[in-house]
Design a protein around this ligand. Structure first.
Ligand code: AMP
Length: 284
């Protein structure tokens, strides 16, 4: 396994792989790797000749400076883990390597057909512009056959699919396939997240109530309306000391607009557990 720091070297390695007819899988991450990331990485290793994992805490997708500063960075540990998973390349650039000064400061505005106007997009202005800025750059550099994303970031996955769908009309990313992977949870049910590392052990116990409530809501959905379930999930989580719901919305799994029916519905939640912002979702 090789750790690559520059775009130039990455392009050279990609060129060499392509010239030997090798297929490439890409797993974009911000590091502090856990079993959720590993599920994507294992799938990429098994489905492609070469696996590239990017580790980059992308400044342009953070609208909260503290969140960016406090985001866990554990490159050495991550590298050891990826070596044992038979990953071929880690791409771990600095922000200066990824962006010019103008690109860092300029606010990009992409059109996501309204997918970015709800939930995370509404709460974190500019977040998805930053995500698409970095992900599209990675796609241009790595030119992967497949790229792997977790359903934990449900809205992100929808937006990336939309972006690739539109770009493929212009042939920008070749025949790139976006692969969505199910949420990996701790035994307690808590969705794995790098941000969990910032929870105290007491907060970790408290945070379990998020997934517990989401699971229970599938039962409630048998006898209640969509809006009633939304309200009950919100009230139940807010009723736990130490948790504060930012939003809970039951939306259509494709349009991400609020829905009145449980068909193809996904409930997406964001909760503050102390200072830490956690997200999760469930399919009905
Ligand atoms: P991140 O490092 O948080 O940007 O995540 C990198 C990728 O891993 C994203 O596609 C996430 O959706 C995915 N991911 C993070 N946590 C999980 C999880 N618990 N289960 C499945 N995928 C995950």
């Amino acid at each position: 396994m090789q750790i690559i720091r520059t775009k130039k070297e990455l392009s050279a390695q990609v060129e060499a792989c392509k010239s030997h007819g090798k297929t490439i899988g890409l797993v974009p991450t911000m590091g502090a790797l856990h079993a959720g990331h590993l599920s994507l990485i294992r799938r990429s290793v098994s489905e492609n000749n070469v696996c590239v994992v990017s580790i980059f805490v992308n400044p342009t997708q953070f609208n909260n400076k503290d969140d960016f500063k406090l985001y866990p960075r554990t490159l050495e540990r991550d590298a050891a883990l990826l070596e044992s998973e038979r990953v071929d390349f880690i791409f771990a650039p600095t922000a200066d390597e990824m962006y010019t000064k103008e690109e860092m400061e300029e606010s990009f505005v992409f059109d996501f057909g309204g997918l970015d106007k709800v939930m995370e997009g509404k709460m974190r202005p500019g977040h998805f512009n930053g995500v698409v800025q970095v992900v599209s750059r990675l796609f241009y550099l790595v030119r992967p056959d497949r790229a792997y994303f977790g359903e934990k970031d449900f809205q992100q996955l929808a937006i990336i699919r939309y972006m690739v769908g539109r770009s493929s009309l212009k042939g920008s990313f070749g025949s790139l396939q976006i692969v969505g992977c199910p949420i990996v949870r701790e035994e307690s049910g808590l969705a794995m997240s790098s941000r969990n590392e910032r929870l105290s052990s007491e907060e970790r116990q408290t945070a379990v109530n998020i997934s517990k409530t989401l699971f229970a809501s599938k039962e409630w959905a048998k006898s209640m309306s969509v809006r009633e379930v939304e309200q009950k999930v919100t009230d139940t989580i807010n009723g736990v000391e130490g948790l504060k719901v930012e939003y809970y919305e039951i939306v259509d799994g494709d349009s991400l607009q609020r829905t009145e029916s449980f068909e193809n519905a996904v409930g997406c939640v964001t909760v503050y557990c102390g200072e830490v912002r956690l997200i999760d979702n469930i399919r009905y």
